[in-house]
Design a protein around this ligand. Structure first.
Ligand SMILES: Cc1ncc(COP(=O)(O)O)c(C=O)c1O
Length: 362
């Protein structure tokens, strides 16, 4: 037994254990640590789940695939549904990485990308971020001889999005046999000008795999559903390595109901974007540097130990940057307006001594 444990640990020694964001000490609304959607999904989702029947049957994806294909503007055979988008990271690593292969990542990166790469036996080539964003020219260079480039945009943990024009230039420089994984977990919160046209990019660069989730702007994190958009042969290969029923019936039903209510999505995203702007302007006033965010969080240069006790006392929790490769910073998820007002008040109190106005980093 002990021997197997040692063997297992040998494979994952470099993989940090995942530490989920902590709940606030008050209501769940005080948890500003996991980039969740404060309003929850469209009301139709609850109604659909209440009517969930036939759980003795294996889940059936066809209807959602049709709806999603129309929503994304691709063919259904270009889509692969997964159990949260994190499952897709494992599928991609299984398909394209392994001993002797190279994975390129920003530094700091989204932790799951590093974990699945290390587990595959691949070597990591890390490219430091520039002002919170991916250094795309340096990443294009690093991609020579590599098998996968992991590219979340907007990035986690910084919220900075790649410029679509620079992204296209980057794709033109990456070898055709290297997969570029554009993780758009936070796309819905980005300015339209920061959202690349996926169908056109895919048509030109069949080595592009777009990773999406319904956990964030569609508010279904607890049900675990994400998807890949890829060229048909890549999508076919991903489907072959995916456990066929990894997306359950409740998640499929909920996703359909969520997509049927785009007005709810717009309202929820607009509120998040508004609160994000208000928080950034407060940080500006307090003289706290932050990365200009296109996501549903803002990462600010604040010592966790300085602000966490006061936040905790107010029933709020944020994510320590040290957990995310950014010591000396905290990542603040955008929550409900009352929690955000409370957060700003606590920060004003805690940092009252600081003056001046600081431009956003970058
Ligand atoms: C960049 C990024 N990709 C993927 C995910 C995972 O999403 P899912 O809940 O679909 O597994 C997250 C979640 O925080 C994320 O930040």
């Amino acid at each position: 037994m002990a021997r197997l444990g040692e063997l297992a640990m040998e494979r994952v020694r470099e993989v940090p254990a995942y530490r989920p964001g902590k709940a606030g000490t008050g209501s769940a609304a005080g948890k500003l640590a996991s980039n969740e959607a404060p309003l929850g999904p469209a009301p139709g989702v609850r109604a659909a789940l209440a009517g969930l029947g036939s759980v003795q049957r294996y889940p059936e994806q066809a209807e959602l695939l049709e709806r999603l294909a129309a929503h994304v503007d691709v063919r259904p055979d270009q889509l692969v549904l997964t159990n949260g988008s994190d499952e897709l990271c494992s599928l991609i690593a299984g398909l394209f990485l392994g001993p002797g292969r190279i994975a390129v990542l920003g530094e700091p990166c989204y932790q799951i990308d590093a974990s699945v790469s290390v587990l595959s036996g691949a070597r990591l080539r890390r490219v430091p971020l520039r002002e919170g964003g991916h250094d795309l020219p340096a990443m294009a260079e690093a991609a020579q001889g590599a098998s996968v480039v992991w590219l979340p945009s907007p990035h986690n943990p910084t919220g900075v999005a790649a410029d679509p024009r620079e992204l296209a230039e980057f794709l033109a420089q990456v070898p055709a046999d290297c997969a570029v994984v554009l993780d758009e977990a936070y796309r819905g919160f980005a300015d339209p000008a920061c959202r690349p046209g996926i169908a056109a990019l895919l048509a030109e660069y069949p080595n592009l795999i777009v990773q999406r989730t319904l956990s964030k702007d569609w508010a279904l994190a607890g049900l675990r559903i994400g998807y890949a958009i890829a060229a048909e042969p890549v999508a076919d290969a991903l489907r072959r390595v995916r456990p066929p029923f990894s997306v359950n019936s409740a998640a499929l039903l909920a996703a359909e109901a969520a997509l049927a209510d785009p007005a709810w999505w717009s309202m929820s995203v607009a509120r998040t974007r508004h609160e994000r702007t208000v928080l950034e302007s407060e940080l500006d006033t307090l003289g706290v540097p932050f990365f200009p965010s296109q996501a549903n969080f803002v990462t600010a240069e604040l010592e966790y130990d300085t602000v966490a006790p006061a936040l905790r006392a107010a029933g709020l929790s944020v994510r320590p940057g040290a957990d995310l490769g950014l010591p000396g910073w905290v990542r603040i998820s955008i929550g409900w307006a009352p929690q955000m007002a409370l957060l700003r008040a606590v920060l004003r109190d805690a940092l009252g001594g600081r003056t001046g106005s600081t431009e956003a980093v970058g």
